[in-house]
Design a protein around this ligand. Structure first.
Ligand code: CP
Length: 301
């Protein structure tokens, strides 16, 4: 494949190849002393971020540098975007600088698809509006496979603000491609009507005992009004993951969160900091998975 614009760009074979490559790259570069591989020497990766990010931006930068690529970090804040420059003209500027890959985060759903029409290099979606975040889904799948040994047949419960979540959308597509069974749980106002490849449930307590993985989502209050979301306290009581709910999960089950978290709303500090939580591992795995994506898209040697 040339681009990674959404999870649907990956069939099971390609997705598994990325996960296997990430594992091998983690083995080669991991440990206390992080090693650099020469595989993308002379190639240029541009990180084009129109929206804020901590984890994704830093891990794409670390991934490209660990593969010895040249990295250009572009943030819309402080650029000519503030003077009204369009995405197309920004893309043509990057094209003139010889970008081999452009990693884009943008507030508009579909921006990576448009960008792919304007640049010769590979486009990687680092989160577009409420649409998709495919490398987050890959690092989540990687984390599940490392912790639980498989993906096929796993019961994965995705909880909360599914409606606004690009993480949920990419996870539903990728996990069903890889044979997991996905249930989405949340208030009816925060579950999309048209969700395919997932079972819908509105009662979190009913699904906990059969869940192998519970993935909590950030409540995206910036994208909603009171009709979606009655009160933080009520939300937390019905859909928050706290110590009592953690104890209702099977012993092997893990709790995930893509970050950033609203501690005390969708997840309690007790759960976020517990050994059953994979939140910090997810961040570390994100570097290996993004290395694998860049390596495979750019045909690293
Ligand atoms: N999970 C995630 O995309 O986090 P950032 O917004 O910090 O990149």
């Amino acid at each position: 494949i040339r681009h990674l614009r959404e999870a649907g760009d990956l069939d099971a074979e390609n997705a598994t190849l990325i996960l296997d490559t990430a594992r091998e790259l983690a083995r080669l570069t991991g440990g206390r002393e992080v090693k650099k591989l020469p595989t993308l020497r002379g190639r240029t990766v541009v990180n084009l971020f129109y929206e804020d990010s901590t984890r994704t931006r830093i891990s794409f930068e670390a991934a490209a540098k660990r593969l010895s690529a040249d990295v250009i970090n572009f943030s819309a804040k402080g650029s000519s975007v503030s003077k009204g420059e369009s995405l197309k003209d920004t893309a043509l500027t990057l094209q003139a600088m010889g970008a081999d890959a452009v990693v884009i985060r943008h507030g508009a759903s579909g921006a990576p698809h448009r960008l792919a029409n304007w640049v010769d290099g590979s486009v990687v979606n680092a989160g577009d509006g409420t649409h998709e975040h495919p490398t987050q889904a890959l690092l989540d799948a990687f984390t599940m496979r490392e912790r639980l040994g498989r993906l096929s047949g796993l019961n994965v419960t995705i909880v909360g603000d599914v409606l606004h979540s690009r993480v949920a959308r990419s996870n539903v597509v990728l996990l069903s491609t890889l044979g997991a069974k996905v249930t989405v749980v949340g208030p009816p106002t925060l579950i999309p009507r048209d969700i395919a490849n997932a079972t819908v449930c509105y009662d979190l307590d009913a699904v906990l005992p059969a869940s192998d993985v519970v993935m909590m989502l950030r409540v995206q209050t910036e994208r909603m009004n009171a009709s979606y979301f009655p009160s933080a306290r009520e939300y937390s009581r019905r859909y928050g993951m706290d110590g009592a709910r953690l104890r209702r999960l099977p012993e092997h089950a893990i709790v995930m969160h893509p970050g950033p978290m609203n501690r005390g709303m969708e997840i309690s500090p007790e759960v976020a900091d517990s050994p059953r939580s994979t939140i910090v591992e997810q961040v570390a795995n994100g570097v290996s998975v993004r290395m694998a994506v860049l390596y495979l898209l750019l045909g690293g040697k």
